[in-house]
Design a protein around this ligand. Structure first.
Ligand SMILES: C[S@@+](CC[C@H](N)C(=O)[O-])C[C@H]1O[C@@H](n2cnc3c(N)ncnc32)[C@H](O)[C@@H]1O
Length: 223
């Protein structure tokens, strides 16, 4: 069984606790806008269950902090350090359809733009004494090139076109140790021009996905 298989095993073992997690997720979703759901919560919880010593997370694409709140909530009393990178501005993203590129976030997707202060405020109620948060306002193209250190979990959820994901997958390889899990959202190409699935298939020998959305692979399986 490889490192990613361990998470799938933990995820399947946690499925009967989904109603309990759903209540927590509903609570967070009522406070924080976003697109993630109870499968994301269960995925983060299952990663923690599969790797009891792991504590350092890098998430690229924070928006208003929903996923990070899930992570801290799922961690409970356990130590967790999260670095979240996002451009945190109202500019369109590289994966927006051409016809929306001149629009605001409200016009294009009926939602407000990402905001670092709002994200910090949103995440705070989910944080415990052993949790730390480092939000970084940067374009991931620049930040990932200069990044150093090692993370136990990397979650990619910024721009979803093939070029962005494959660039990020190459850039985060240096931030991995043998037990790092590299993961992300939007595996299926729900918008024209997205290419997460192909980028993941071209980067790893093997990987898993949950419900065609959350994908994950062990850094040991980089091609
Ligand atoms: C789908 S949202 C992330 C949702 C988030 N994971 C959550 O918990 O709700 C995508 C985010 O990626 C960010 N983003 C897109 N392109 C980026 C780039 N080149 N650099 C940094 N952030 C970027 C956007 O600002 C946006 O907040």
């Amino acid at each position: 069984m490889n490192n990613a298989d361990q998470i799938l095993k933990a995820f399947n073992g946690n499925l009967d606790r989904l109603p309990e997690y759903r209540a927590k997720v509903d609570n967070i979703n009522a406070r924080i806008r976003g697109w993630s759901n109870s499968n994301h919560y269960l995925f983060f919880k299952s990663w923690m269950d599969a790797f009891p010593e792991a504590r350092n997370v890098l998430i690229v694409g924070v928006y208003l902090g929903r996923d990070i709140s899930y992570m801290f909530d799922a961690a409970g009393e356990r130590a967790l350090n999260v670095t979240g990178v996002d451009k945190f501005n109202a500019e369109p993203c590289d994966d927006w359809p051409k016809e929306k590129l001149h629009m605001t976030w409200e016009e294009a997707f009926f939602c407000p733009p990402p905001d670092i202060e709002k994200a910090r405020e949103n995440i705070k109620p989910s944080m415990g004494l052993l949790h730390s948060l480092n939000l970084v306002k940067a374009d991931d193209k620049v930040w990932l090139e200069g990044a150093s250190g090692a993370y136990d979990l990397i979650f990619l959820d910024a721009s979803h076109e093939y070029a962005s994901i494959s660039r990020q997958l190459r850039a985060v390889h240096k931030l991995c140790h043998p037990f790092t899990i590299v993961s992300g959202d939007d595996y299926a190409n729900v918008q024209p021009g997205w290419g997460v699935e192909d980028a993941v298939k071209h980067a790893f020998k093997t990987h898993h996905h949950i419900d065609n959305r959350i994908w994950f692979a062990g850094a040991e399986d980089y091609l």
